[in-house]
Design a protein around this ligand. Sequence first.
Ligand code: 26Y
Length: 755
Amino acid sequence: MTEFSLASYANKPLAECTELELFNALLSLTKDAAAEKGYNQGKKRLYYISAEFLIGKLLSNNLINLGLYDQVRAELAEAGRDLAELEEFENEPSLGNGGLGRLAACFLDSCATLGLPASGVGLAYHCGLFRQSFDKNKQYESPDYWLRWGQESWMRRTPKHYTVNFGNLSVTSTMYQIDVTGYHSQCDTLNLFDVDTVDERVIKNRINFDKSQVAKNLTLFLYPDDSDEAGRILRVYQEYFMVSNAAQLMLDECVERGSNLHDLADYAAVQINDTHPTMVIPELIRLLGERGIGFDEAVQIVRDTCAYTNHTILAEALECWPLSFIERVAPQLVPIIQQLDAFVRGQYEDDFVQVIDQWQNVHMANIDIHFSHSVNGVAALHTKILEDSELAPFYKIYPEKFNNKTNGITFRRWMVECNPGLNKLVSGKIGEGWKTDAEQLEQLLPLADDPAFLAQLDQVKRTNKQTFAAWLAAHQGTVVDPDSVFDVQSKRLHEYKRQQLNLLWAIRKYQRLQMLEADELPKHKVTVIFGAKAAPAYTIAKDIIHAIICLGKVIEADPVASKYLQVVMIENYNVTAAQHLIPAADISEQISLASKEASGTSNMKFMLNGAITLGTMDGANVEIAELVGEDNIYTFGDSSDEVIARYKRGDYNPRSYYEKDEELAAAVDFLTSDAMLAQGDATNLNRLHDELLNKDWFMTFPDFADYCATKAQVLKDYEDREAWQRKALVNISKAGYFSSDRTIAQYEKDIWHLR
Ligand code: 26Y
């Protein structure tokens, strides 16, 4: 084992280095240390294909996993330098959007740690997902040039190049590699493809660019605006580029490892992360055909190799492309997709399960289900809804394919790295074993009766809240009170996640504060903290952001209410912000409309960091509730069965709730009050008001009263600090089930069989 000394990677004394010089020295050191650990290898390899990898900053994560963190920090400190300064300096890779991408990142961490040979395969987006800023209380999007400032060097350029043929043009690619370090183990890799002709100059203003110049724009943005046809076709180009590269890479590597391609399934497992990589199925069939394998055998080989994960039951996210788009982008796939369609038609009559529908639209999920050997949901309830309703006709045909893999998170990033105080407290009591054997956290349970330990837990939370407050002040100039209750909802902005329900609660709270007598005022101030990006073309989501920011300003201007309530929106919420925020949270808001959130993973991160969940019985919340017991979680709202039944009846009318509940009506109408209009834009506020009153597709009104009553109980219980920390301790102790190491072990055992 080499002794790694940072000084030997710098060409001048560490004290005299610029941040860039220090950062580059750390990069080289980390890469050498990773190379020395070596890479997980074996006959069979996992190819995890995903449009997103939300990997977060890598410096500290890699140092921790390589066992170099303390040593490097000490060496820096000796030279009067601070590792935190370099963590700030590092740009966060902008390669993902939300849960699906972060899950992919946690999975790679666990694969590497468990010694499974695995490659992530995706795209090297130059500007990634947009960077969010606020101006006039609205979201603005700009390109996130995360590759600048020397940081591109996490990505190693490889000599691998492929040709990808589109209908009207042919492009070449280059593969870049990022090391995925396992915790005290070997490495895996994240393989990201870039198009060689990429040209950032096609970007016009902000995130607008010439959509027709595919060879130049293909790898610029993640999820480019798809509100017009050019944008949707571009998405198909991106997807085909991703999977064609993935398929070619995989076949090359498998042949190198000794496969004759007939036995491909013994050499590769492909996991299709949502429908975005679906075209890998016809592409593999096509490539196997080129190499002399007949259609029927190729179909069987591909089915044995591929597995599909469904992450959503929202119809809009189940991709469905006009065959004419595929004809333009990848005409070579059309006859194959038609053959797959004919194959299905020959066996099943039900329109629902066909590959190509009567309007000549290709249903990507249907390809995945017929032509892979495993279909999994991401939480027990989600899988059950897929089986019983959403995908019931498929479940009837292929009951053996369906399985559940409840999501998980890597505890290395989501506790060891982001919450050093808690890491120290926990490890001081039960040792370090929980970092790779997460169920050991249960050893903390007896401490629920130890007031001294609960006080220490409280102290850790307090410190984290102060640290977060300092970070927020430095980053966006917003001042929050660390003595207030941190009530946090951070996740993609979507109506089904119901940030608007939380917003209505905050309005109601504000209105009540205005009516209270001095002796009734609450003990603790509540700081409602939101972090969320809205898709650029998602109008109502942006209206919700606008309303949240406006409300924050209204309250701030009120001398009395602002002592008891603050509403804050974090700018450009990303993994870095999450790592600061989650350890500081008291309340974890998981308030999606029951049946709509496939799993959620922030719920797990908050729990692990000692926040108490206030949530609906949706996604993985259900499993959290089972584990911690009803005393240690707050649940409310209609059940998924009730919600599904109400959708089926089709008789939901938000007005009937509005008319019956005066407080609800007052809160809704406040959106267009003079106070709000003085802060914001009438178009946006009126639109949101009307949307809620006339449509409210995600049924916030029926859950409003129960949500408010439950939240009142949460805030009341917060006053008993010892009882509260006991709940926190139970949550931390029971979080072990949600380690992505457990999830990955299940994928390995049930689906991949890499070993
Ligand atoms: C339509 C297309 C543009 C699209 C883009 C992004 C479709 C879906 C997505 C992202 C989906 C996503 O992030 N899903 C989340 O996956 C998590 C990991 O399984 C779940 O925990 C979470 O409930 C789900 O919303």
